[in-house]
Design a protein around this ligand. Structure first.
Ligand code: 13P
Length: 248
């Protein structure tokens, strides 16, 4: 049985007090749930958030890590640093990092390797742009992303990875993929994973991200291959985020 997961990605939003209040709001409302709840917080919030969520069903994700183990990379944060602060998950390959920071699937592949070695679960993001979808090349884009980012890993390693399908055209735009569009890609991703993992691809959680809101989460999460969501804007507001968590 694969895990149902709802992960927030705060991106570069909120200051300390706003962020800690939001964590408190989520902790107060999350209740007894079998959905794994993850908060993707900015680096400076990690230490406090990890302490606050201890003993709750909520875990902490970093939004990025560096692809080298350590060294002269001013301003960067390593996987070992994240591990030493108790981080359990890390988002990699987000389209904003690809677009604004030149992140490629080759870098992402290195990041995933370091994360897996450290026992941190990668949340690997993939997704096509509007142009690629309009050209009809979206399946090929997803296939290439998955193949290059996930190449070289064993079945057991792949089982540790969470995949997030985030069509770039749906991120922060208010335009969501329809449940059918999302399901098509999720099932395609699972088929690609099955080429390496066989039946064990059934155990990989594949999340949808892109304008998930309380009013569309239920229908998206009801799709066979959609195992939860990676939530941006709606994760900045505790009641909305909680409603999404409880949409399963
Ligand atoms: P929105 O939910 O704001 O569209 O963001 C999605 C996202 O990028 C999550 O990583």
């Amino acid at each position: 049985m694969r895990k149902k997961i709802v992960a927030g990605n705060w991106k570069m939003n909120l200051t300390k007090n706003e962020g800690l209040l939001l964590v408190e709001g989520v902790l107060n409302g999350v209740g007894d749930t079998d959905t794994k709840v993850i908060l993707g917080v900015p680096f400076p919030f990690i230490s406090d958030t990890v302490s606050m969520v201890e003993g709750s069903p909520v875990s902490v994700a970093a939004q990025n890590c560096h692809q080298e183990k350590s060294g002269a990379f001013t301003g960067e944060v390593s996987v070992d640093m994240l591990k030493s602060f108790g981080v359990e998950y890390c988002i990699v390959g987000h389209s904003e990092r690809r677009q604004y920071f030149g992140e490629t699937d080759r870098f992402v592949n290195h990041k995933i390797e370091l994360l897996l070695d450290a026992g941190i679960q990668p949340i690997y993001c993939c997704g096509e742009t509007l142009e690629q979808r309009q050209d009809g090349g979206h399946l090929q884009v997803i296939e290439e992303q998955i193949q290059s980012a996930l190449q070289g890993f064993t079945k057991d390693q792949l089982k540790q990875i969470i995949v997030a399908y985030e069509p770039v055209w749906a991120i922060g735009t208010g335009e969501t993929a329809t449940p059918e569009q999302a399901q098509e890609i999720h099932s395609f991703i699972r088929k690609k994973l099955a080429q390496v993992m066989a039946d064990e691809a059934e155990d990989v959680s594949i999340l949808y991200g892109g304008s998930v809101k309380p009013d569309n989460a239920k229908e998206l999460f009801a799709q066979k291959d959609i195992d939860g969501g990676l939530i941006g804007g709606a994760s900045l507001n505790a009641p909305d985020f909680l409603e999404i968590i409880h949409s399963f």
